[in-house]
Design a protein around this ligand. Structure first.
Ligand code: FMN
Length: 450
């Protein structure tokens, strides 16, 4: 009885709402208009029953726990950036330079975190970024991320380097919103085939990533001599593609080399990663040939504006260019009939020493002048980051590594937890800064500190 009275007192203290003992506080808070308080209630009340969240809310702890859950190679691949990772650091430093100036007495009792993007109203101004090789975090991989995204109504940008074919991810997402991210390889026919498949499985936009015409110089992966694609990981879109399979017929598989333990393990991994029976794949040259063909075709350093035109002619879906960091490239994108821009430095994985994507945002927003939506990623770790990006003109942001870490810790549920925490944090930041809706967040909400 004392405990029950205590819990009521804590509920009253913590939330300022007198709660009767037989009603759950989270049921008294409207999830639709006060998501942050709803989520706090959920977590703190579970705490009264002795339950702590499995997926930490703190981004630092999230990364630390994910590291424990992953292989050395998996963590290096996800956490790592290019070179000495100065761009990874710059992304965070840029968010730190902007400070929020809260305003008060605005009645923020009911808040609307939704935004409109390409004719669809999204519950929050964020999407899940395209992330390749999610199987390194957890076997649920993209199917898990897709399920979690769909249940929150958050779009997933399905990666070209996903661990599952896009059709399988789409099936798991049911009617959840999804986009497709394409990399051009040396074959335009392959790019066309990817886009056709994306259209057929209900993707609502195509994201062309510009910044990976070659892989960045990633020290963590180099020092482990580890690239997942060579082992057949993260090439599910390719091996499931009819155009890729057609080309595979003409490929000479690489010789297996002198058998040592590492080579046998590599062969086994390739056989497992390839569709069909692992046993049969072990005796087939096709898995080895597929990895070789992928490495021959990917990536495409010759990528240029003609390829954007090719994509424009290939699909009527909205096209976004991901990786733009210069206002002139943004202006040129408009000339080529692009529908949206994702300001991004690929989470610091490509050019070490590149400018932070948040620093590039204001110039690009100005160049675009409201004609098409501008999105941002690279360094988003909490609700305040989402707020700052929106205040500087982003329509929405892409969440990257944090959801991989949630996935690594708890699979599909882990991604859900990360989305829920990001939503709650953003809702509370928005309200506490004096804004009742995303539209109310403007440039005047920020100051730049020295
Ligand atoms: C492990 C990993 C794999 C990625 N794979 C892709 C990809 O396949 N396609 C793509 O466009 N971007 C890819 N990205 C970049 C993300 O879409 C996004 O730009 C980046 O994660 C944002 O940085 P942040 O995670 O530090 O916030 C990848 C990022 C990581 C960390």
């Amino acid at each position: 009885m004392a405990l029950v009275q205590g819990s009521a007192a804590i509920r009253t203290l913590a939330f300022g709402v007198p709660a009767s003992d037989n009603r759950d506080l989270s049921a008294e808070i409207d999830e639709r208009t006060e998501y942050g308080r709803f989520r706090q209630a959920e977590i703190y009340l579970a705490g009264l029953r002795g339950r702590r969240p499995r997926v930490p809310a703190s981004p630092v702890e999230l990364e630390r726990r994910a590291q424990k859950a992953m292989s050395r190679e998996g963590f290096a691949y996800i956490a790592g950036g290019a070179g000495i990772e100065s761009t990874v650091a710059a992304n965070r430093a840029a968010f730190e330079r902007w400070r929020i100036v809260p305003r008060f007495l605005n009645d923020v009792s009911s808040r609307d975190t939704s935004v409109e993007l390409f004719g669809r109203r999204l519950p929050t101004p964020f999407l899940l970024a395209p992330i390749g090789v999610l199987e390194m975090a957890h076997r649920d991989a993209d199917v898990g991320a897709g399920r979690a995204a769909a249940s929150a109504g958050v779009p997933l940008v399905i990666s070209s380097q996903a661990s599952y074919p896009m059709e399988e991810i789409a099936r798991a997402m049911r009617d959840g919103p999804r986009w497709y991210q394409v990399y051009f390889s040396f074959s335009n026919e392959l790019a066309r085939s990817f886009v056709r498949r994306a259209e057929a499985c209900g993707c609502e936009a195509i994201v062309l990533t510009l910044d990976t015409t070659m892989l960045g110089w990633r020290l963590r992966d180099l020092d482990l001599a580890y690239l997942p694609f060579i082992l057949g990981k993260g090439i599910a879109q390719y091996v499931s593609d009819p155009e890729f399979q057609r080309r595979l017929d003409d490929v000479e598989p690489p010789s297996a080399g002198r058998p040592n333990l590492a080579a046998i393990q590599a062969l086994y991994r390739l056989a497992r990663a390839y569709p069909g029976s692992t046993w049969r794949n072990l005796f087939s040259p096709r898995p080895r040939a597929a990895a070789r063909l992928f490495m021959q075709l990917f990536p495409r350093p010759s990528l240029n504006w003609d390829d954007v035109d090719f994509l424009r002619e290939t699909t009527r879906l909205p096209i976004l260019l991901k990786g733009i960091l210069h206002p002139d490239d943004a202006r040129r994108a408009l000339d080529h009939g692009v529908d949206g821009i994702v300001v991004s430095n690929h989470g610091g994985r490509q050019v070490d020493g590149a400018l932070a994507s948040l620093d590039a945002l204001p110039g690009i927003v100005e160049a675009v002048g409201g004609r098409i939506p501008v999105l941002l990623d690279s360094g988003i770790r909490g609700g305040a980051d989402v707020f700052k990006a929106v205040a500087l003109g982003a329509r929405a942001v892409l969440i990257g590594r944090p959801y991989c870490y949630g996935l690594a810790i708890a699979g599909t549920d882990g991604v859900s937890e990360v989305i829920r925490n990001m939503h709650a944090d953003f809702d509370l930041t928005m309200g506490l800064a004096g804004c009742a809706s995303v539209d109310a967040i403007g440039r005047e909400a920020l100051v730049e500190s020295a």
